[in-house]
Design a protein around this ligand. Structure first.
Ligand code: ADP
Ligand code: MG
Length: 706
């Protein structure tokens, strides 16, 4: 079908064939930098460029300087220190002053090549040591005056490793290899892959040109245009891929058809629904219904901030399944949460002819046997539970819909295990209250369909959040007392410091005693819940808080997800600086669930890092989970965001989905437009894209073999 193959081009040649490389250096490049082919070295982009014409006088280097370039003559070099402190220190001098150059690695080689009396052009990050400016591991070359003055000369600085430097493959040598490769290429070796109309519309340089300019720019402006184009290309190709994968899944994955809205759904909706659905709930429900009625498997991510009412959407979807003769299941990450869903849903369905069951790790053997039998013969319509649902012994009669609540605790693999529980894979709805920034969702979950509940049920008051220091503890306790005296309840949460469970427990116990001193029995009662308790103990304590037998819940983060006690109006988070943003937001979501005004108090010591301070500030400033998620992404970078770690879709070479959001937006939009208009990329205009995607596929396989 594809007549053009790019596999034969020069750029797919193994790196050992590049002039100046050879088998030994090729091995090093592969191992150290993952450079296997000519193309790979072109994709090894410079970190920055040095303007070789700008030389700073040494005396102008201050502690505030960042990267500097000086030209100085070496006056001496000495070996100092021992073992790990062993270093080579050279002094250089220009007409304005002196500075030191320091090496900890490659000492022997550098000592041999460094010539006292020679003048070098020296570049690196400036530091100060004992009042003397110095550069550690500088970039150096013999100074030739003709390079300074005149037109800007932007030399690329490439990332390299100490091992490579020792084998004469430092940044400068990589630059030389890249330069000679680029000089030998023709325009057709780096054929354009973007439609001509894009280039025109965005004013992008050609692909060939962009590669030249990103490595060896003739000006700042050309460099910026080149990097923009290549970033866009990267994002756009990824979006196009994801879009095509999704399209394919839509086309070929068979799914059970829920064709009708029947008696069960309707009678519940009209007679038992305790409240009017919000507009967002209705919209999402419609999206789900459409999805499940089409004969292809639904794979949908439902995002809704804490308290936005995802459970009702889940329940109504399960009723649709039942109306169409299918079983469904709802899986929660903790027993507490599974229990709570079971109780809530059972009571909502108490007048409906449906059988609901609960299966968790602590379901007793006899009960379990009964449930498994009833499940297999179809007597149970809705199964609610924990991971226990995933066990092989749990066999359904005809599972049609599987819902996963609070998705970030479940991996992709677990999702896949649910698929296998029916001949035709069940529809999957993944619900998460950890808002994922839109940019991330677009890249990490681009192959899933995606719904958002972006509206809270009416009557909610925003939670007031404040940051208080340890020394104000007594005031905080007084405040809790005043809320309790009004009939409300409070949570006090302690962090888990994973290194030592024992310490955590001690910490929690001390906290508990402390709270007890402020709130003595019998006027006040306190529940305590933590991960080391037996499930029954946990459950009893939880239950006492739910039924308002206790006014205070002291706990670790086990209550983080899902727990619903609308009467609770205060959330105190101890050592709040130890929590991540999304966790703080989750915890805060435990209050503000009823009609009463709620408060969240973040307690910390006075010694906290700037980043922690930034998190606390964000929490105090907004209740919007999506804003918080964006901030989280900004503070931590995409690699660390919950649930996206393994996605592999975030490893862009050039683009950064936070900083290049505008490019990502544009790329996503253009990709969508193209897929809608020309899903098989047949048009003359899109042929380049098709060829490129096809060639890329081949190449991926190739580089794995070598
Ligand atoms: P989450 O999305 O965090 O799982 P829940 O489903 O637990 O939220 O809902 C939070 C609370 O809001 C529950 O008490 C629920 O009964 C209530 N609720 C849900 N939808 C509505 C609505 N449309 N109107 C009023 N209250 C609602
Ligand atoms: Mg929930």
């Amino acid at each position: 079908m594809f007549s053009i193959s790019f596999d034969a081009t020069i750029l797919s040649s193994p790196i050992e064939f590049l002039k100046g490389v050879g088998p030994l250096r090729a091995d090093m490049l592969k191992k150290e930098l993952g450079i296997f082919t000519f193309k790979d070295i072109l994709d090894h982009f410079p970190l920055r460029h040095i303007d070789k014409t700008k030389v700073n006088p040494i005396s102008s280097v201050t502690p505030a300087s960042d990267y500097v370039q000086v030209a100085g003559t070496v006056t001496n070099s000495v070996l100092m220190g021992e073992n790990r402190g062993r270093r080579l220190v050279a002094t250089i001098k220009d007409s304005s002053g002196e500075m030191e150059l320091v090496w900890f690695q490659g000492i022997n080689w550098i000592q041999k090549s460094l010539q006292v009396g020679q003048t070098y052009l020296v570049y690196g990050k400036a530091g100060f040591f004992n009042g003397m400016p110095q550069i550690t591991h500088p970039e150096m070359e013999v100074f030739t005056p003709e390079k300074s003055g005149g037109k800007a000369f932007l030399e690329p600085v490439y990332p390299s490793t100490e091992k490579l430097k020792a084998k004469s493959l430092g940044g400068r040598q990589i630059g030389k290899l890249t330069f000679s490769l680029l000089s030998s290429l023709k325009e057709s070796d780096l054929p354009e892959n973007l439609p001509a109309s894009f280039l025109q519309h965005y004013g992008f340089p050609s692909r060939f040109n962009a590669y030249q300019q990103i490595h060896f720019p003739s000006s700042d402006k050309q460099y910026r245009q080149a990097i923009n184009r290549l970033k866009f290309e990267e994002l756009f190709i990824a979006q196009l891929r994801l879009g095509l994968i999704r399209l394919e899944r839509h086309r070929y994955s068979k799914g059970v058809i829920f064709s009708q809205v029947g008696e069960l759904f309707n009678s519940f909706y009209h007679h038992h629904l305790p409240f009017e659905l919000t507009g967002a709930q209705k919209r999402v429900l419609k999206e789900i219904r459409q999805d499940m009625g089409q004969g292809r498997q639904m794979n949908r991510l439902l995002q809704g901030d804490v308290g936005s009412g995802k459970t009702m959407v889940a329940l109504l979807s399960m009723l649709l399944a039942a109306d169409n003769g299918f079983q469904s299941c709802l899986m929660a990450p903790t027993e507490i949460l599974a229990n709570q869903h079971f109780q809530g849903i059972s009571s909502l369905l108490s007048e409906m002819p449906l059988k609901v069951a609960l299966l968790t790790g602590s379901t007793r053997a006899a009960g379990r046997r009964k449930i498994l039998a009833a499940l297999a013969n179809g007597d149970i319509h809705l199964l609610i539970g924990t991971h226990a649902l995933l066990e092989d012994k749990v066999q359904f009669n005809n599972l049609g819909l599987a819902i996963i609540d609070e998705q970030h605790r479940f991996g992709v693999e677990q999702r896949a295990r649910l698929w296998k529980k029916a001949a035709i894979p069940p529809h999957i709805l993944v619900m998460t209250a950890t808002p994922i920034p839109r940019t991330l969702a677009m890249t990490a979950y681009g192959d899933l369909d995606y719904s958002i509940i972006d509206e809270l049920p009416p009557g909610r008051q925003p939670i007031t959040t404040v940051h208080r220091y340890e020394y104000a503890r007594a005031t905080v306790m007084d405040f809790i007392r005043s809320e309790i005296d009004k009939g409300r309840q409070a949570y006090i949460i302690f962090p888990l410091i994973e290194e030592s469970e024992k310490l955590d427990l001690e910490n929690l116990m001390r906290g508990y005693e402390n709270v007890k001193a402020f709130f003595p029995e019998p006027k006040y009662w306190i529940s305590m819940v933590h991960g080391k308790q037996a499930p029954e103990v946990k459950e009893t304590n939880m239950q006492r808080f739910v039924s308002h037998d206790t006014q205070i819940m002291v706990s670790t983060t086990v209550i983080e997800v899902g727990v619903n006690v609308p009467n609770a109006s205060v959330m105190v988070i101890e050592s709040a600086e130890k929590f991540g943003l999304s966790q703080l937001h989750q915890l805060r979501g435990r209050v503000g669930r009823g009609a009463e005004k709620s408060f969240c108090i973040l307690l910390t010591g006075t010694q906290i890092t700037n980043e922690a301070r930034e998190r606390l500030k964000t929490m105090c400033a907004t209740n919007d989970g999506f804003v918080i998620a964006e901030k989280d992404l900004e503070l931590r970078g995409p690699g660390d965001i919950e649930g996206t770690r393994q996605s592999g879709m975030l490893n862009f070479k050039l683009a950064d989905i936070v900083q290049d959001k505008h490019l990502l937006d544009a790329a996503k939009q253009v990709a969508q437009t193209i897929i809608e208009a020309d899903p098989t990329l047949q048009s003359e205009e899109n042929k380049r894209l098709k060829n490129f995607l096809q060639a890329q596929k081949g190449k991926l396989a190739w580089s794995k073999i070598s």
